[in-house]
Design a protein around this ligand. Structure first.
Ligand code: NAP
Length: 289
């Protein structure tokens, strides 16, 4: 599967409070970012989700233009009628986004495919591809084991979106991304800046991050040694990898999006395995307290 650009625009922060700072992007910023994306060849698609508050509706109101839309079926856990929820969710996403068809739909919570309703859920999602209302089907994931199990169980998964950044190199190191390439499944990286944590000066972080400051100081130091900004390091690390089909970037302000695009082409960076951490309390924002 091909993506219209290597970089896609994340939109979680458009429709709800989100991320490290738990902030929602102001409407003026969202409008400026979307206007910019409409005019930019570098951004060909947006990543959104039914679960991102008002994000889909806002995008629909601002106009999608040439951008391709990838959205997600909300986590179905505990729903009394999960299949009905899949149908309702896709119909609502099309309506909110004011689109006739979607470039891609992802299952937001991979457990929904691996659980008892998985086959029926996937069949329901596939029916939209058969009707031509959805062009590509994928999953959002975190764990290698679940990614491999899902791809083996559902060989028509076309892409997997999962975290990859300088300190969370697990899917690279354990061969999962290579496994996906061998299976003909595109890999879409997200959380390249770990919600922005990797770009902040370690000394500016509060006591909550005390345990992780040495690792963050090492990231900043490595960038300095290579003559790069932390942004160039984080972006270059992901973009230099040919196994990464595309990536999602997140920002609340247009200037941050422009900074990201100005970093390209990123210089070759080489091996950064010394920066990788296995501490999920640090590398997985779901465990941040
Ligand atoms: N499928 C899933 O389950 C899932 C999970 C997480 C995320 N996502 C998707 O991925 C997108 C990105 O989210 P993420 O959490 O992974 O974030 P990320 O891309 O790792 O980081 C975004 C953060 O980086 C900061 N940033 C970006 N450019 C910057 C710059 N030039 N200078 C300084 N700071 C900069 C932003 O700060 P400012 O806010 O200050 O601009 C923002 O807070 C989301 O919007 C969503 O679409 C999907």
């Amino acid at each position: 599967m091909k993506f219209s650009s290597r970089i896609g625009l994340g939109t979680a922060q458009f429709g709800m409070k989100y991320g490290l700072k738990n902030q929602q992007a102001p409407h003026d910023s969202v409008r400026a970012i979307v206007d910019f994306a409409h005019q930019s060849d570098a951004i060909g698609w947006v990543d959104t989700a039914a679960a991102y508050g008002d994000s889909e509706r806002l995008l629909g109101e601002l106009g999608i233009g040439h951008l391709e839309v990838f959205t997600k079926i909300p986590p179905l856990g505990g729903a009394s009628q999960p299949i009905q929820m899949v149908h309702d969710s896709i119909r609502k996403s099309l309506e909110n986004l004011q689109q006739e068809r979607l470039q891609g739909v992802l299952i937001h919570n991979l457990d929904d495919l691996l659980g008892p309703d998985g086959q029926a859920v996937w069949k329901a999602v596939c029916s939209y591809k058969e009707q031509g209302k959805v062009l590509h089907l994928g999953v959002s994931a975190y764990d290698a084991d679940k990614i491999k199990a899902a791809v083996k169980m559902f060989p028509d998964i076309e892409f997997v979106q999962a975290p990859l950044n300088v300190i969370d190199q697990r899917l690279l190191a354990d061969g999962t991304i290579e496994f996906l390439q061998d299976a003909g499944v595109a890999f879409v990286a997200r959380s390249m800046f770990l919600q922005g944590l990797l770009l902040l000066p370690p000394e500016s972080l509060g006591t909550k991050w005390e345990l992780f400051k040495p690792a963050l100081t090492e990231v900043a130091g490595t960038a300095r040694e290579l003559g790069l900004s932390p942004l160039q390091l984080c972006l270059g690390f992901v973009l230099q990898n040919a196994l990464v089909t595309a990536c999602v970037i997140g920002a609340n302000t247009l200037s941050h999006i422009q900074d990201i695009l100005d970093c390209r082409p990123t210089p070759p960076i080489g091996d950064l395995s010394h920066l990788s951490s296995g501490d999920t309390r640090f590398i997985d924002p779901r465990f941040w307290k």
